[in-house]
Design a protein around this ligand. Structure first.
Ligand SMILES: [Zn+2]
Ligand SMILES: [Zn+2]
Length: 300
């Protein structure tokens, strides 16, 4: 089974603090290193986490607010100086093509690799061999997206049963995966005895947005929902005014969408000394709630 890992490079809100960097999350899966947002200081957070930014394959931008993108020029420049030799794919909402072009013009660094920028809207925008990426439009005053990464699992061979059956590894097994029974050395083997279906794994990322009707259907049944939790419920009015979510709202979304685990990030520095009560506010609504700090790493 392919291993998936999430590293929370930055977990603060719009003003970084001593302990929380601007937002950035790295998802590692096989050869893919997918970066969600790139707040200021992200490239140093890579180093602190012992990770290599040259392994990034795709960058997904939720929206063009400084705390989510100020790290881009530095990161792109460092990649150029570190011999990055792949095509870097950057996805984001309407308007990012023009903005990234301007960033590249302003900094005028030597760019020896290709950057492909794609503006995406709602739905699946990338389909790979074992996974796909989709997005949905959020409400945050400017074009803003939530993202989902889905690892397609499908039909798998039960290795133990295969061993006992005496069937050799090889092209015959593909037929079993397709649900077809096979004959080997005169003996019949039924697909249903040797294969099993593995469920898809879904990770959803909902950063800045006010509460809206699109969130629950979009993140439905995620294994992990990463959500902003910028305010506590006492500041529900402020959250609405500033187009953000409260921790309680994020937990209610998690519950309604029947996700397995909620990870709260984009935490305001006003709660630096009171993380426990922020987390218990979420747990009151949804018991599988967690609150991350910078450089936390989660196996999926
Ligand atoms: Zn933000
Ligand atoms: Zn924002």
């Amino acid at each position: 089974m392919a291993q998936m890992n999430l590293t929370f490079l930055g977990t603060g809100d719009d003003i970084p603090s001593r302990s929380r960097n601007h937002t950035s999350i790295l998802l590692r899966f096989n050869e893919e290193n997918i970066l969600f947002d790139c707040g200021e200081g992200t490239q140093r957070q890579f180093r602190k986490a012992g990770l290599n930014p040259c392994k990034i394959t795709r960058i997904l931008i939720t929206h063009w607010h400084g705390d989510h993108v100020l790290g881009l020029p530095g990161l792109l420049s460092t990649l150029a100086m570190s011999g990055y030799n792949k095509t870097l794919y950057i996805y984001g909402p309407e308007g990012i093509k023009e903005r990234i072009k301007k960033v590249l013009d302003v900094f005028n660094f030597y760019k020896n690799y290709e950057i492909k920028i794609e503006e995406v809207k709602s739905g699946v925008f990338y389909e790979g061999k074992n996974f796909y990426l989709s997005c949905e439009e959020m409400e945050h005053g400017i074009p803003t997206l939530a993202y989902s990464f889905v690892n397609k699992r499908g039909i798998r061979i039960d290795k133990e049963k295969l061993k006992k059956s005496g069937l050799p590894e090889g092209p015959l097994l593909q037929k079993l995966k397709e649900g077809k029974d096979i004959t080997y050395e005169g003996k019949k083997f039924k697909a249903k005895d040797l294969v099993y279906e593995e469920e898809d794994k879904k990770i959803s990322v909902v950063l800045d947005t006010k509460l809206n009707k699109k969130i629950v259907p979009f993140v439905k049944e995620s294994d992990i929902l990463i959500s902003e939790g910028t305010y506590s419920k006492e500041l529900t009015k402020e959250a609405e005014e500033h187009l953000h979510l409260t921790v309680t709202q994020a937990a209610e979304v998690a519950k309604k969408a029947k996700v397995k685990k909620l990870i709260l990030t984009h935490i305001s520095s006003r709660y630096l000394k009171d993380m426990k009560s922020l987390l218990s506010e979420a747990k009151e609504v949804f018991s599988e709630s967690y609150l991350v700090k910078d450089l936390d790493s989660v196996e999926v």
